[in-house]
Design a binder for this molecule. Structure first.
Ligand code: AMP
Length: 436
């Protein structure tokens, strides 16, 4: 009979624009996440975790029908079992607001919330722009005053300071209230209509749906026209300006440098009053690190009670990239000790000892063979050395018979050894602890 050669299975790779975060790189993520948690605690922000999948209508209503995100970038699908229209979250402010309404989170006052997690947008992948990317976000909900706007900007500033990031600038603007935006909108439409022939396709589409977005243009010809367009800040009343002043004064008092960018309008529909971005010039065209602002109208838009709120979203990949660009390489995690296992019969004693060591806070890696059987001592020592551990734990037959263990230093250049009683791990564990 003719033999049919088995077909080689097709190699599967990750979806374009969605990345694996592998060991080594993940240590940097863990370090960032743990810094984030401690800074959040210092500002009394609490963690919230909402689903990655939400109803499509949440984003259509909450992010805005006319935004690029909703028009072009969402991963939307129908649930095969019940036909429900679902979307992988492209941002998490609508999700948090939905959860806050659903669980009446603000019944006893405002809440300061933060989250970290993946977001999904079908964009053209490039350095700093991915289709699955991670955002750290904060949302302070139920707070009306501008001091909270300032506080969350201070929080972001504090986080960057603890992380040791340099050369990040803060740009602010105020979008005022709806009536001010409407008056500005009309003036903007009238202004751009004079240049109807020069508007590109995008701008023509936006002229009557979302003319504010034309201010965001990347088109050099339009940029010239935008330069002389009426700016929203000129339409703000005394109250809006006074609010904006509070934010600016607090930031200055706390040593945060800022500039006002009257062209900063943010891509999403739901912002009002303070908007801001944090930028770096060190990441090329993907220099936006944080975008945020006040979104007092969103709760009502999503069917909730009127609730003032303000928040921001930070691109975690970009912050990690900037840390790397600025020369911050995080030390890899090495175990304190590497356990060399002489034979299978020793395993129960070995593992019991490792258990006690770990309970004492020692980081221990156990040797495990890639092939059946026990590897030679020589090969196990090689692995111990490569692991980066400071000590090898040697469970030799003679020592074990005497209830002892040999600890050999791998990093002192001379391989100094000591023996310790297996029955008294807590007494000597400290000698092995955390040098990495
Ligand atoms: P946005 O929700 O668009 O205001 O984005 C907030 C922050 O998330 C931005 O300032 C970026 O740092 C980051 N970000 C947005 N889109 C992406 C993306 N496609 N890939 C990586 N980071 C992103």
């Amino acid at each position: 009979m003719e033999k049919i050669a088995p077909q080689k299975a097709e190699k599967l790779v990750a979806v374009k624009g969605m990345n694996d975060i592998l060991p080594g790189e993940s240590a940097r993520w863990e370090a960032l996440e743990s810094t984030v948690r401690s800074v959040m605690r210092s500002f009394a922000f609490e963690n919230i975790r909402t689903p990655v999948v939400e109803s499509t209508s949440l984003f259509v209503r909450g992010t805005g029908q006319s935004t690029d995100i909703v028009m072009k970038e969402m991963y939307s699908f129908d649930d095969r079992l019940n036909g429900e229209a679902l979307t992988l979250r492209p941002e998490n402010t609508p999700g948090v607001v939905r959860a806050a309404i659903e669980h009446n989170l603000t019944y006893d006052g405002g809440k300061r919330l933060y989250y970290m997690g993946p977001m999904f947008r079908h964009e053209r992948p490039q350095r700093g722009r991915y289709r699955q990317f991670y955002q750290l976000g904060v949302e302070a909900i139920g707070f009306e005053g501008p001091e909270v706007d300032a506080e969350i900007i201070l929080l972001a500033h504090a986080l960057f300071k603890v992380l040791g990031l340099k050369n990040v600038r803060v740009e602010l603007n105020s979008l005022g209230v709806t009536s001010e935006r409407l008056a500005h909108r009309l003036a903007l439409i009238t202004y751009f209509e004079q240049f109807a022939d020069l508007l590109d396709e995008d701008a023509k589409k936006r002229l009557h749906t979302n003319p504010l977005r034309i201010l965001d243009t990347k088109n050099p010809v339009l940029k010239e026209i935008v330069r002389n367009a009426p700016m929203l800040i000129g339409f703000l009343g005394a109250e809006s300006l006074a609010r904006f002043d509070v934010v600016k004064t607090v930031l200055t008092a706390c040593g945060v440098a800022w500039t006002v960018n009257p062209l900063l309008v943010r891509g999403l529909d739901y912002y009002s009053h303070t908007v801001f971005e944090f930028y770096t010039d060190e990441l090329g065209s993907q220099g936006a690190l944080i975008g945020g602002g006040r979104y007092d109208g969103l709760f009502e838009l999503l069917g909730g009670k009127p609730t003032p709120a303000v928040g921001w979203g930070l691109g975690m990949e970009r912050v990690l990239e900037l840390l790397k660009t600025q020369g911050q390489v995080h030390a890899a995690h090495f175990p304190d000790a590497y356990a060399i296992v002489p034979n299978a019969s020793a395993l129960p004693v070995v593992l019991r000892c490792l258990q006690s060591l770990r309970e004492q806070g020692v980081k221990v890696q156990m040797h495990a063979s890639a092939t059946p059987g026990v590897a030679s001592m020589k090969s196990q020592f090689k692995k111990a050395d490569a692991s980066g551990a400071h000590f090898a734990l040697i469970f030799g037959a003679d020592e074990m018979a005497a209830g002892l263990i040999t600890v050999k230093s791998l990093r002192d250049g001379v391989g100094e050894q000591a023996t310790y009683p297996l029955s008294a791990v807590p007494h000597w564990a400290i000698k092995l602890q955390s040098r990495s």
